[in-house]
Design a protein around this ligand. Sequence first.
Ligand code: ARG
Length: 568
Amino acid sequence: MIDLKKEIAKSIAKLENIEIEKIEEYMEVPKEKNNGDYSLPCFKLAKELKKSPVSIADEIKNRINISSDIVEKIEAVNGYLNFYVNSNILIKEVIEEFNKEKENFGNQDIGKGKNVIVEYSSPNIAKPFHIGHLRTTLIGRALYNIYKTLGFNTIGINHLGDYGTQFGKMIEGYKRWGNEYDLSTNPIEKLEQMYVRINTLCKEDESVLEQARENFRLLENGDKYCGDIWEKFKELSLKEFDKIYEILNIKFDVVEGEAFFAKRADEVIKALEKSGKLQKSNGAEIVDLTEDGINTPCIIRKSNGSTIYASRDLATIIYRAKTYNYDKNIYVVGNEQKLYFEQIFKVAKYLGLEQKYVEGLEHVWYGMVRLTTGRMSTREGNVIKVKELLDESISRVKDIMKERDIENKEEVAKKVGIGAVIFNDLFGNRIKDEVFDWNEVLNFNGETGPYCQYITVRCKSVLEKAKYLPEINTVKYEYLKDAEAINVIKTISNFKETLVRAMQKNEPSILTKYIVELAENYSNFYNNNQIICEDKEIQNSRLYLTYMTKIVLEKALNILGIEVPDKM
Ligand code: ARG
């Protein structure tokens, strides 16, 4: 297929004597339809061409040499150049390309040969899986799928929080009161209660705290009794987490934990000693980061010699560089750990690693979740139970659909209820706080998961009603020239670029918003055109458009982790 954007960029590049790639990078797809299909913000060239954006736009518009078979119209508006592509060529190119790729439409190979780690979820054992963990889980999975679709070799890692001095306390609590708590039901809740209790006791009684420290030391040194208790906590927690992963259909390539890397913290110490960056401070070992613009030093080893969160993460970086030879190592973790990641990424410069491993580190952070309605809104954000929230969504959907006549209602309600939560989580810009409002999340007519699933289901039922898929040579482009059809085609033609942008910004919401746009455009097309009709050429053309829409919508939703039922 000819790349229309590239064709336009070529003509501009030739005229102004600038590299095509640069022009292509500057060009954007305007948000407003009445700003054309592609637009060039000329201020980006102002420095280079030493002219005002307005005169650059005028000049290019007047002097550009581009066939009207490619571009129908060019407008210069306030220093922007807006290009309207010729719809004949657009329709032809999109349909022909789609026909070649079908289900693979959207797949690309720009990531070929590159290794990307996406670390996501990473809950703490013996602690609740809170709503923040839900966000990292969903954003991480979406990013993982986006990178995969673009051809990257992607490694999804669940980096469990299974280590730290608090486990010394937990073990002490278990030793004292283990038989008071029945861990066969709601184990995490009970472990949490036990933790609160032992923590209070540690504050009151120094000797208990001393014992807790001793437990952790024993655990670190491979003591069997402490190790067994710790294993038990881990097993119980993973069982609970798995319930959530199962309902959300979350998978990881690797599940490892901080404990594994605690054993490798010596490598970090050695590397930092070698670079001369390790300093003693009140018995602890630290790296001063003032030269790197960070006032808080990074503690590497505590005065009692034990590892800490940062040293375990640094050991992880060394390990991942060696094991996965990563080009990117992405951490999907909440914004409350921003300073922390800035620190360890700076310290990573002094580990003696190849430059590419330092440059490949990226903290992909996200905002908090606020619940505005429903039973759980009054509780503290952190205590919202994720499993209950997901179950509630499913049961609310069941309620909404109770009058509908559909088979496998249970299955459908699950796909819609879970899909709604995922969509809501991935709809807003990830760095913004998310507002969770049941009326919004489950609004079948809003910019929501259920709405987009519903439009996809509509495509499926149109195709089912027709009972056949039209051959490409029976599709007549002239029947797809109404404004509504063209909007659908244009949106489909932007699918690949949308995936690339979502990847570049590590921003699943770019894809989520795209899905809404395609669903809305198709809905307008559907409302304005009779698809199953007398004239078979018209029918075939409209069916083909429906088929393309169905494939792209379902694929994009699946990338986000949302499944589409056959009926709803
Ligand atoms: N377990 C941590 C928490 O729940 C998140 C871990 C993030 N990943 C990392 N490599 N530090 O807050």
